[in-house]
Design a protein around this ligand. Structure first.
Ligand code: ASP
Length: 332
């Protein structure tokens, strides 16, 4: 019997608690731990990174109550954060690059593994919606820079100055301190919103959007628009997204890694933790290297984990509307 058939057959028996170690066809050792057999998945459910996730989740939740898909929910959820001028790390009001240009990265992925992405996009307030257009209206996955902007305008998006006076003031203050050659990352200057949602049908989608590393070198693109790094969904298993130092996330294809760890039987928090450990193993210098992952599986179980303290995520389901402090390895 093939592994998948075997698992399905066992699921159908609803034996309560089932823990088995299965050696797959190619000799890979896969642990299937299914204490949830017979239980209904917890859905709908939404999680998103950082405090701004609370407001974004509310909007996403409303969408799902209106009968919209998880894809609509994540798009309209993170748009709220993108359009918030007081948020310094996403969309309008985001901190610029070294030269004062706000450049945005975003991607979106649905339950059928369709995906779309934009990077180094300027003067468009809602990059996540452009990413969705790339996904739905083109044969491509990723568009960048001027081409992405032209495409957005063709699709009816309007150009806008995204550098608010407050963000400009912060940038000018930074310039006066002459940190130009080595922009540093810290807990305040990089807070992507990544959102994962499962709707009533059990379909999982995700979105990820950011203005990236504040004062980055012009042209720098982080993990957030890269499918498999900043975000990954496989509706058979679940989804994950990342925040923090994008360079470190890209190095281990972070979100894809988390989903694959869940495929091997790990719960969401454990999968995030193992990915965080892998990042630590690959870097000699962990100074300022903050990365956090959040993940959701098909049972509607969720979790998060980060290198340093201080990472949290917003959870919304039928019972909860709250922030959860992620576990971590190092004190900030
Ligand atoms: N991951 C983002 C980037 O590297 C930053 C963040 O999460 O705030 O661009």
């Amino acid at each position: 019997m093939k592994r998948r058939n075997f698992i399905t057959a066992v699921s159908l028996t609803s034996v309560g608690v089932f823990v088995a170690k299965i050696v797959g066809a190619k000799g890979d050792s896969i642990i299937e731990s299914s204490p949830n057999l017979g239980k209904e998945p917890n859905k709908p459910i939404i999680i998103s990174t950082w405090n701004h996730g609370l407001t974004a989740n509310k909007v996403a939740w409303k969408r799902m109550l209106m009968g919209n898909s998880s894809l609509d929910a994540v798009e309209f959820g993170v748009r709220v954060t993108e359009s918030d001028p007081d948020n310094r790390s996403v969309g309008l009001g985001g901190l610029p690059d070294r030269d004062g240009n706000v450049t945005l990265d975003a991607c979106i992925m649905d339950h059928e593994s369709n995906c779309g992405s934009v990077a180094y996009l300027q003067e468009i307030e809602n990059p996540i919606s452009v990413a969705r257009k790339v996904m739905e209206d083109t044969p491509h996955v990723m568009m960048v820079g001027k081409g992405a902007q032209d495409f957005a305008i063709e699709k009816g998006f309007v150009k806008k100055n995204l550098l608010t006076p407050e963000a400009k003031e912060e940038w000018m203050k930074w310039k006066r301190h002459k940190n130009i050659a080595t922009p540093t990352i810290n807990n305040e200057n990089h807070d992507t919103i990544g959102m994962l949602a499962m709707d009533e049908k059990g379909n999982i989608s995700g979105a990820c959007t950011t203005s990236g590393w504040a004062y980055k070198l012009p042209g720098r693109v982080g993990d957030s628009p890269i499918i498999g790094a900043g975000l990954f969904i496989d509706n058979e298993i679940g989804g994950a997204c990342a925040t923090g130092m994008g360079e470190a996330v890209i190095r281990i294809a972070g979100s894809h890694t988390v989903v694959e760890l869940m495929r091997q039987g790990h719960k969401p928090e454990e999968a995030c933790k193992l990915a965080v450990k892998r990042i630590q193993k690959k870097h000699k210098d962990l100074k300022n290297l903050q990365v956090g992952f959040i993940a959701m599986n098909k049972m509607g179980e969720v979790g998060g984990y980060s290198v340093y303290s201080g990472f949290n995520y917003a959870l919304k389901d039928k019972k909860n509307d709250k922030m959860v402090d992620a576990k971590y390895d190092l004190e900030w």
